[in-house]
Structure formats: C-alpha cells, structure tokens
Design a protein around this ligand. Sequence first.
Ligand code: GLP
Length: 240
Amino acid sequence: MYKIFNTVDEVSRYTAQRLFDQICAKPEAILGLATGSTMEPVYAQLMQYLEQDPVDVSRLTTFNLDEYIGLGPEHSQSYCYYMYQHLFNQLHIPGERVHLPDGTAENAEIACQAYSEAIQAMGGMDLQLLGIGTNGHIGFNEPQTPFDSRTHVIELTEQTRIDNGRFFTDQREVPTHAITMGIQEILEAKEVILVATGSKKAEIMAELYRCEVSEALPASVLKIHSNATIVMDKEAAALL
Ligand code: GLP
C-alpha cells in the first residue's frame, strides 16, 4: 500500500505510468483527477508518455475533485484553469467528458447534487488520484467530514486557507468555501493513488501511517479501501 521513492521525479513517473496503464487497459476509463503542486510533474510526465506512445483518449471521462466557490474558469487560481493549463490543453478529451465542479453556480447545493449524480451515473471512478493537505484533507474534505459524504459545499479551515494562500497575491483573496467530491465517492473508486511529496507533508504522512481510521484524518479512510496506494518521496516519508 505504501510506496516510497527517492525523488519527486520517480514518484511522478510511477504515478503517471499507473495513469497511462489505466488509459491503455481501458480507453473508456473514468478518471478522478486532483490539482495542487504535487500533481504538476505527474501530469507533465503523463503527457510525455502519451507523446512517446500515443493512445486514443477520446473516450476517457474525467471528474475533478474540487473547486473554490467564487472562482470562475478564467481565474488563474481556479482548479478549472489549473486543469486546462497542466493537462487538458494538451490532452484532448472531448469537452463534454471533462467534469469540474462549478465554483460559480448560482445554487452550489444543486450543482453538488448534479455533480454527484453524474458520477454515480457513470458508475464511479476507475482510478482516483489524490493529493493531501497538511491537515490530512483529501479533495477539500476537511477533518471531521463524514465518511458517507457525497459532493458537497465545505468551509475551508484556517490551515487550508493559509497553506493555499501561497498561490494568491493576498491571503484575503483565498476563498472561504469550496465544492468537493465527498469521501464516499472517493471510497467507491476502484483504485486510489494518493501522492505526497516534500518535507511539508512529512508530519501528516507520519500521522497517517500510524493513525486508526478516523474522520479526524480524512485520508485515513484509504486504510479501508481495497486498492489504495500511497506514494511518497523520501522527504514526505522522512518521519514514518
Ligand atoms: C488543495 C487541494 C487538494 C490538494 C492539496 C495539496 O487543498 N484541494 O486536493 O491535494 O491542496 O496541494 P499541494 O499538492 O499543492 O500540496
């Protein structure tokens, strides 16, 4: 379940290879995708594999994990913008097969319901990619989010807003709420890969390694998943 590599590059190659293998094995796969700095080299590596060995991606479907409420696709810190920048501008999946929660929906609750229904209609994810927050969140499922949650609106914790403030010019610009896929939807994925790199993740990874399954540490839910891999570089694994 745990895989530790020396470098970020090795972590990214391993993860991208798993994604690539999934796409080759099942061209109509449903992929759950994540954002964050951890995923940037993973997507770059995946594009390299696809350039070396082109595969038909026109039948893939993707669902992104989360989006800030209030940020539209044109906002440089929206996850929609991130995904086009780092993946979708190069990986040409038909637009109607690309799903991202709508951070500017007039009624966020209705948008969540529709997103969740779309995931269920597709039968859930074949492969779900996850990063992790320094407080153990997955997607934007903050500590104490019920394990049976589906896509919902969440209030971001102060810790998350501070952590993610590095991407905004001013801390006050960091949105207070987000839409996130729920833990139940993550748990229903056939395969899950959580990726953590860098020394900033060392403490939470040690805690995750040792803890019991508990809503206090959302990523601990992966301990009850039958096919979850936790991939780390040696910096993130330093306190294990
Ligand atoms: C955000 C996202 C998470 C992501 C986390 C870690 O809070 N909502 O999905 O896993 O950041 O990001 P990074 O990879 O930049 O450390």
